[in-house]
Design a binder for this molecule. Sequence first.
Ligand code: DAH
Length: 352
Amino acid sequence: MKNEIEKLKTLFERDIKKVKTMNELNDLRINYLGKKSKIQEFSTMMRDLSVEEKKECGRLMNEFKTYVEVEITNLRKELEAKELEEKLSNEKIDVTLPSTKINVGSVHPITKMINEVEDIFISMGYDVVEGPEVERDLYNFEMLNLPKGHPARDTQDSFYITEDTLLRTQTSPVQVRTMLANIEKTPIRIICPGKTYRKDNDDATHSHEFHQIEGLVVDENISMADLKGTLEVFAKKIFGEKREIRFRPSHFPFTEPSIEVDVSCFNCNGKGCNICKGTGWIEILGAGMVHPNVLNMCGYDSNKFTGFAFGIGPERMAMLKYGINDIRNFYINDKRFLEEFDKVEKVSYESK
Ligand code: DAH
């Protein structure tokens, strides 16, 4: 019996060396201490021994059991530590690794420009309104004093959808819509930013799709002086306090008189450079006093009411500001181009 226990111990010592995992360790424990283990068999066999032998064997068996338990507990601790170490090293995070770049969108430079213009006019008490891009010929041309067959229609080559509907060539029809919708014929002060379309061949300065920001003020006793004051405030806010503006006579069918507005060059301060083509002035928008015909057609008595209107090109403003020489950049949507503008907080001309 004593020998048997010695043999069992040798066997155990051999087996425990092969154990690599927790599962194997559990199996080992069951094999050596479980109900069907050799040691249990010995307990049964002990019944036939003498009292002296029983004592001796009992002690040896208990020693063996304790030995096995201690060995197993030690190995369990070792395996647990090893498992933890493996887990930690597998789940290790290297905080020095470069992170994955998260791409967030940026506000389009044209939207930025429009937002800034909106802010300026909102601060002067204007409402921002919108109109449809698919427009009636009636509003896009006829009620703007451009009857069918008017030669000026040719300057705005249009995408017609039906004989009487087209993609608007300008945001000016929103003037008509706003005046018509104002049943009480109360004063109006609005700007309307939006997309416009013309059948132009795309090149560096033309795009078949572009933007305009329309402005309209209608009230009693509105004069050219109000127009000039308003546009001066606008020009200074956007191009810098030291900028001056000048009016040049022009022609638009829906305004009389019509003007084109220049701002003194923000790059050379009027001395002449390549941005202002040596003139010291840069054209920024078209404007004028609302034509009495337009007022009357829209239900405003032109004997009582006068008004002014203007049309701003945000693409042109952004191109000047950033020195962009091809309008198509705004529509190609190359992320490398668009991301550049994310760094610019606000589109604003430095006052020089
Ligand atoms: N609609 C004109 C265009 O597209 C721009 C314009 C000029 C708008 C004068 C106006 C204005 O409101 O008064 O060429």
